[in-house]
Design a protein around this ligand. Structure first.
Ligand SMILES: *[C@@H]1O[C@H](CO)[C@@H](O)[C@H](O)[C@H]1NC(C)=O
Ligand SMILES: *[C@@H]1O[C@H](CO)[C@@H](O)[C@H](O)[C@H]1NC(C)=O
Length: 250
């Protein structure tokens, strides 16, 4: 009996790491001709199932999704009249679980590669910001609460990884996560953009909203990069714990 329980303990130790995906998540078979279609709806459903996160996988909440403090994303404009350096802290993204996954493309050869294209009616970044720089000769040196709302937005994600072998099982290790956010309109509201002058602050906000495309082209790449870096860690919490074959069935 003693040796049997030792064996059982050993089995649990050896195989304990081979976890399953969180309950309720659909898995798709790679040999299915509709694999990418299946994956698109599985991802869309998973965002909703995991909206409150998963303590078991140490996954953070998705709705809202807390942005780890990110410092100094620089937005250097095409003209000397546009220069912004901004950072976000205590900020969250709202609306990520309401996305519609339009299509996915995957490649499982020497490495792992996935592309996901999704659409969101409305995503808001709510939080605290600091910003300094210059827009159209107006100097900006602001700090306060902000609401950046993206309307009718296409989000393209491209992620690459390699395979790792652990105790005879293959796992994915994400190494790169690129995000491209393509909104049809962005509504900016930066409170206190011009310290102690509400009127000027309102003026600059309306300039930013009129020139939203210019502001967005300059502000977004820095944010996209930081979000991507944060999401590598989030995805790897699942990929490092659930074998490849249990996520993407044969
Ligand atoms: C922004 O900062 C203020 C003051 O520090 C704080 O009261 C507020 O809760 C913060 N906002 C968010 C979304 O964390
Ligand atoms: C942020 O702005 C959008 C668009 O103006 C608005 O619909 C939303 O209610 C705002 N969110 C907050 C928390 O103020």
């Amino acid at each position: 009996m003693r040796s049997l329980s030792k064996i059982i303990v050993l089995i649990i130790i050896v195989y304990g790491i081979c976890e399953e995906l969180p309950k309720g998540i659909t898995t798709c078979s790679r040999s299915d001709e509709n694999f990418n279609k299946c994956l698109s709806s599985a991802i869309q459903e998973a965002l909703v199932i995991l909206k409150d996160g998963s303590p078991e996988f140490d996954l953070p909440k998705i709705e809202p999704f807390t942005i780890t403090q990110h410092t100094d994303s620089e937005a250097i404009g095409a003209t000397p009249n546009f220069y912004l350096k901004s950072s976000l802290k205590n900020a969250e993204i709202r609306g990520l679980t309401a996305g519609k996954v339009l299509r996915t493309a995957t490649k499982f050869d020497k490495g792992y590669k996935i592309k996901i294209e999704s659409e969101f009616d409305k995503i808001s970044i709510i939080g605290n910001y600091t910003m300094n720089g210059k827009i159209l000769v107006l100097p900006i040196n602001g700090e306060g609460e902000c609401n950046i709302t993206f309307v009718d937005t296409m989000v393209r994600v491209e992620s690459h990884g390699r395979y790792l072998t652990k105790n005879g099982e293959t796992y994915i290790d994400i190494q790169e996560f690129k995000i491209k956010i393509i909104p049809k309109r962005v509504l900016y509201n930066f409170e206190n953009l011009f310290k102690n002058d509400k009127q000027l602050s309102d003026t600059i906000n309306s300039v930013m909203n009129q020139q939203w495309q210019l502001v967005t082209d300059n502000l977004l790449p820095g944010y996209e990069e930081k979000f991507g870096e944060q999401l590598i860690g989030v995805c790897n919490k699942i990929y490092h714990n659930v074998p490849f074959n249990k996520i993407f069935r044969e």
